[in-house]
Design a protein around this ligand. Structure first.
Ligand SMILES: Nc1ncnc2c1ncn2[C@@H]1O[C@H](COP(=O)(O)OP(=O)(O)OP(=O)(O)O)[C@@H](O)[C@H]1O
Ligand SMILES: [Mg+2]
Length: 236
């Protein structure tokens, strides 16, 4: 289980995360939603060790996540790949970095096939479209079997087919037992994929729970947007 307790972050005098706490079980997805500037990327960046929080703890199976190499995989908002490595070499680099055993090559073939990356295996990173870059990073996550996956706005800039692919891949990671934190502005996708939702606004947790529970608390049951606005409008 991922357990995040009282995560806080300040930039100078500005507090951008007030104590934020949540937990995510293996095989489930937490949807992180909130208006621009709410603190979603900051939360994921703190958890993945890209920036240092001012307070709080984050543990995976009871131990600090950052003390456990290989546990976390972060898919950042802009999927950066290595310009001069091919698609296949990205998998090879991942296998070497994480010291995977020799069976990674077979696994790589399976992943390239299922992610429809085989026709692109020899292409250089610099030549890949955004959707393909996203897929390469997902493939690198899949080959490592990272149990904890942080995904920041994976749908932005993808065409409908690309969005559907990302959705399927996230569902597959969940089925394989990963704990996933998914930040997205696309409430339909959140509703489809997330077991629980955490609504942030201006660094504060406005609501947290299953979608059914949130709808019930907000007294709205129809449009998905309604409960989002119900919880975020009050932060203005
Ligand atoms: N390096 C930084 N220095 C100062 N303030 C920052 C820095 N990075 C982020 N912030 C501020 O922290 C707050 C939260 O930003 P964050 O990027 O986490 O929001 P977000 O929820 O991911 O928004 P979006 O939906 O636009 O991606 C914002 O007010 C932002 O201006
Ligand atoms: Mg963001």
């Amino acid at each position: 289980m991922l357990e995040v307790k009282n995560l806080t972050k300040r930039y100078g005098r500005d507090t951008v995360l007030y104590p934020v706490s949540f937990s995510v079980s293996p095989g489930s997805v937490l949807g992180l939603v909130g208006p621009n500037g709410a603190g979603k990327t900051t939360t994921l960046s703190c958890l993945a060790g890209l920036i240092r929080p001012d307070g709080g703890t984050a543990t995976w199976q009871g131990r600090p996540i950052l003390s456990q190499p290989g546990v976390v995989s972060l898919l950042p908002e802009s999927p950066e790949v290595y310009s001069l490595l091919t698609v296949y070499e990205h998998l090879e680099l991942t296998a070497r970095l994480f010291q995977l055993d020799a069976s990674w090559r077979e696994e790589a073939e399976r992943i390239l096939d299922t992610m429809d990356l085989s026709p692109h295996r020899g292409k250089l990173g610099a030549t890949l479209s955004k959707g393909l870059r996203q897929r390469v990073l997902m493939a690198c996550t899949a080959i490592r079997h990272a149990p904890l996956l942080f995904v920041d706005e994976p749908m932005i800039g993808l065409d409908p087919a690309g969005q559907r692919e990302v959705k399927n891949m996230l569902a597959a990671f969940r089925e394989q037992g990963a704990a996933v934190v998914l930040s997205s502005h696309q409430l339909d996708i959140i509703e489809e994929l997330a077991d629980e939702v955490l609504i942030l606004a201006k660094g504060r947790v406005m609501a947290h729970g299953s979608i059914a529970a949130l709808k019930e608390q907000s007294g709205t049951d129809t449009a998905l947007e309604e409960w989002f606005f119900h919880y975020t409008d009050s932060s203005k």
